[in-house]
Design a binder for this molecule. Structure first.
Ligand code: ATP
Ligand code: MG
Length: 256
């Protein structure tokens, strides 16, 4: 059964894009046919994988404006089992137009239900750090929500907001939406900040916390410079191994 996972939380710089790329690459490495979609107008995922907006002809937003079909914007990557759809927002005008198009709340869901996309095992959506608009329609189209967070009180506040939003989407538009889990990123086990964050997490969201943690690991950032997922840059690095563990946990677990 195909699964669509949206990676989202209303906080910037918590590892959404890093998780989207590395989880997708690890799923592909274990031969799950995976499609990664850069759904953030900032285009970090596209930049990371070397599909900068000046180099690409089209991406997901051409599909939204009916200028291209979904199959016309799918790009191959260096992993056989991983395909990619870039973000193609090249100007503020296009972003404005796109935001207007997101008022058709089931448009993205309908696009992802195109027959050509049914053969994927996983579709991973990298969302922007805001809630309205693109994140909404991604959650309406998704089967589950994966929430990366890093240490800190602001992260707990963002998590609270994200859960409120999740329940709102679930009750109004997508009753099937589940929580894939809360993923602790940039983890440092010996810090007071993480000890306090863990306490809050266990108190408020115990059953949603994934066992895997992604440690703070510079290999994950270095890999950006080589435009490669970490497993293709340095398989032995603790960051690569952590994303492989996350992949196993997601493959074997049941979302809530
Ligand atoms: P935005 O909200 O701006 O889209 P994001 O949530 O997608 O941000 P990323 O772009 O994935 O976050 O990560 C932010 C920065 O943190 C990047 O420079 C990335 O390399 C770094 N980073 C992410 N995860 C880790 C990690 N586990 N260890 C060290 N650095 C990390
Ligand atoms: Mg991002």
């Amino acid at each position: 059964m195909r699964k669509i996972i949206a990676i989202a939380v209303c906080k910037g710089g918590v590892g959404k894009t890093t998780t989207a790329i590395n989880l997708s690459a690890c799923l592909a490495a274990v031969e799950k046919k995976t499609l990664l979609i850069d759904f953030d107008p900032a285009g970090s995922c596209s930049g990371f994988l070397n599909f900068q907006s000046d180099k690409i002809e089209s991406g997901i937003f051409k599909v939204f404006s009916f200028a291209k079909s979904i199959t016309q914007v799918i790009c191959k990557t260096e992993l056989d089992f991983l395909d990619f759809i870039p973000s193609d927002i090249s100007s503020p005008e296009i972003e404005e137009r796109l935001i207007r198009l997101t008022s058709y709340v089931y448009l993205f869901k309908n696009i992802l239900n195109s027959p050509e996309l049914l053969s994927y095992d996983y579709i991973i959506i990298d969302c922007p750090p805001s809630l309205k608009g693109l994140t909404s329609i991604a959650l309406i189209a998704a089967d589950s929500l994966l929430i990366p967070i890093k240490a800190g009180d602001f992260s707990i506040l963002a998590l609270k907001k994200m859960f409120e939003y999740y329940y709102w989407i679930k009750s109004h538009y997508n009753s099937q939406l589940k929580i894939e889990g809360i993923l602790r990123t940039m983890y440092e086990s010996d810090t007071k900040a993480w000890a306090m964050t863990n306490e809050e997490l266990v108190r408020g969201y115990g059953s949603y916390i994934l066992n895997t943690v992604i440690p703070k690991n510079t290999t994950l950032t270095e890999a950006e410079f080589f435009h490669k997922p970490a497993i293709l840059y340095n398989l032995k690095a603790i960051g690569s191994q952590a994303y492989l563990s996350l992949t196993n946990e997601i493959l074997s677990g049941n979302p809530h």
